[in-house]
Design a protein around this ligand. Structure first.
Ligand code: HEC
Length: 117
């Protein structure tokens, strides 16, 4: 009997190590999908973020102007437009080729983070 219990406990321990919650999985996906985290550009909770300020010289009059590059807020969209934008990203956002399930996970993650604040 005690042997059986030991094996049972060992089995539980091994399984527990593999187990991550849905929220943990979602956070990992948001912070490191395909090697480039959404949070780097869109902020930890998808609130949008300034990526960089830079100066550009006007080729005609030689004047310097300060421009900024930022990523939009993405925790306030409906799921359909969220999904569409990720798949057809054209500008400076990288293309990810995420599956529908991954996109849904990301979407739910951002909604949850927004509600928690
Ligand atoms: C290198 C910076 C960068 C990374 C990383 C990035 N984005 Fe973006 N994202 C942008 C920028 C900039 C835009 C604005 C449109 C454009 O230039 O492509 C954008 C646009 C979007 C939009 C459309 C927003 C709108 O209002 O239409 C969504 C949705 C989005 N990103 C989601 C994500 C998700 C999810 C990830 C991670 C899988 C991610 N982005 C990673 C920079 C980034």
């Amino acid at each position: 009997m005690s042997k059986f219990l030991y094996i049972f406990l060992l089995f539980c321990a091994l399984n527990a190590e593999d187990f991550i919650s849905k929220m943990e999985y979602a956070r990992m996906l948001y912070q490191n999908p395909r090697g480039i985290g959404c949070n780097k550009c869109h902020g930890e909770n998808g609130e949008g973020k300034l990526i960089a300020n830079y100066k550009q010289k006007d080729t005609k009059n030689g004047k310097l102007s300060t421009l900024s590059l930022s990523a939009p807020q993405i925790n306030n969209m409906d799921f359909e437009s969220f999904k569409k934008s990720i798949n057809k990203s054209t500008g400076m956002m990288p293309s990810y080729f995420l599956t529908d399930a991954e996109i849904l996970t990301l979407y739910e993650y951002l909604q949850t983070k927004k509600e928690q604040k």
